[in-house]
Structure formats: C-alpha cells, structure tokens
Ligand binder design. Structure first.
Ligand SMILES: Nc1ncnc2c1ncn2[C@@H]1O[C@H](COP(=O)(O)OP(=O)(O)OP(=O)(O)O)[C@@H](O)[C@H]1O
Ligand SMILES: [Mg+2]
Length: 193
C-alpha cells in the first residue's frame, strides 16, 4: 500500500512540471477522520477536454511511455476509503487537485513522511514558492518558502543540504504536535455512512 505522502509528491511534481511558480499544499483533518488534501498551482493548466480524461490511465502528455498513472492511482486510493478526487483546472491559470480520504477506513494508506516529502520537493525545485499547511484538531504544521527566503537572504539557495535538514527537523517537530492517532479498534471496513 502506497503512503499518502508519496501520492502527494506525485501530484505536486505534476505542478512543478506544469511550470508553476507557486505550489500550495494543504492538508486538513477534521475530528471525524476525514482528511482533505488540496494541491493548488499556477501552472499551465489543462483544457476541459484533457481534464475530462486525465484520471483515465490512457491519458498523458509524457513521451517516454504511454500511460501516466499519478492521478488515476490517487483517485483510486481516495475512493477506496469512501472519499473522492476532484480536479479544477483553467488553461493559463492553474490547477487545483482536491482529494478526500477517510483515515479511519481500513484501506486508507498511512500519511507517510510528510516532513521529508516537503523538504525533498523544496530541494528539488529551489526557485519555486511552496506553501505547506497541515491542520488537525490537535495543531498545525506550517511552512512558507517565501518566508524562509526572507530570513535567509538572497544568497542562500533552498537546495542546500543544510536547508533540507532544517526543513525536515522544523516540520517533524510541528507534525508531532499536530498528529492525529487513529485507533485501530475504531477502523471502518466497507461503506461509510
Ligand atoms: N497540475 C497540473 N497542471 C497541468 N497539467 C497537469 C497537472 N497535473 C497533471 N497534468 C497533466 O495530466 C497528465 C497526467 O498526469 P499523471 O500524474 O496522472 O501522469 P504523468 O505525470 O503523466 O505520469 P506519472 O505521474 O505516472 O509519472 C500529465 O502528463 C499532465 O499532462
Ligand atoms: Mg504525475
């Protein structure tokens, strides 16, 4: 079973590939176990015709192989928990991918390593602005590369290994505070009402 952080990495990489200058990643958990992951970019967007087919595995603009699987697998993962995937996109303006997961569903993958994933994304695209926010009933983990840049000054690249380590540590501490523990005894199998 794939971790949600790996799906998040896939979808955010699509935003980077689409030429985004700003990628906003937001995770919101409510006290009913529902997790909403929203990834919004200001990249090139998709036409309505393309968008209609984009969660179909036979749709992709990649030239190296025929099928793109990022979004279809993401949709499948969300739907297997009783959730859903929604994509809004406008050519020349950007794309918003919203997925809902029920974390108490037996088929819901674990969150995985969110601090490492965010640190990796930033290191891989040090000139893009990322905003990240994970809000739960217990607390909030937050990071903005624009704010980081302001503190660090123009001479420091966000690709530096020290920055990677700092982001990882900073978010790990915040994620520990915000973490929601899922009670195995309260897991739901099958339909959620
Ligand atoms: N945020 C986005 N902005 C613009 N186009 C997008 C965006 N996300 C996806 N697309 C388009 O949808 C296609 C399918 O995306 P998907 O992630 O499913 O597969 P892929 O990226 O092509 O391949 P894979 O993720 O399997 O490596 C992409 O090739 C791209 O053309
Ligand atoms: Mg992809």
């Amino acid at each position: 079973m794939k971790e949600l952080s790996l799906h998040l990495l896939d979808v955010a990489k699509n935003s980077v590939t689409a030429g985004a200058g700003h990628v906003d990643i937001s995770l919101t958990e409510d006290d009913g176990g529902w997790l909403t992951i929203t990834i919004r970019d200001d990249g090139r967007g998709m036409s309505p015709e393309f968008l209609a087919r984009v969660t179909d595995p036979f749709t992709t603009t990649r030239t190296t192989r025929k099928v793109g699987l990022g979004l279809p697998l993401y949709r499948l993962a969300a739907e297997q928990t009783g959730g859903s995937l929604d994509i809004q996109s406008t050519v020349g303006a950007g794309t918003t991918v919203t997925a809902k997961f029920q974390r108490r569903h037996l088929d819901c993958p674990p969150l995985g390593d969110l601090p490492g994933t965010i640190a990796l994304l930033i290191q891989g695209s040090p000139d893009i602005e990322f905003t990240y926010r994970h809000a739960t009933p217990n607390g909030t983990a937050e990071l903005s590369t624009a704010e980081l840049r302001e503190v660090l000054g123009e001479d420091v690249s966000l690709a530096e290994p020290e920055i990677f380590a700092w982001i990882q540590d900073y978010l790990t501490e915040q994620e520990e505070q915000a973490a929601v523990s899922i009670d195995p005894a309260a897991m739901i199998k099958g339909e959620i009402t």
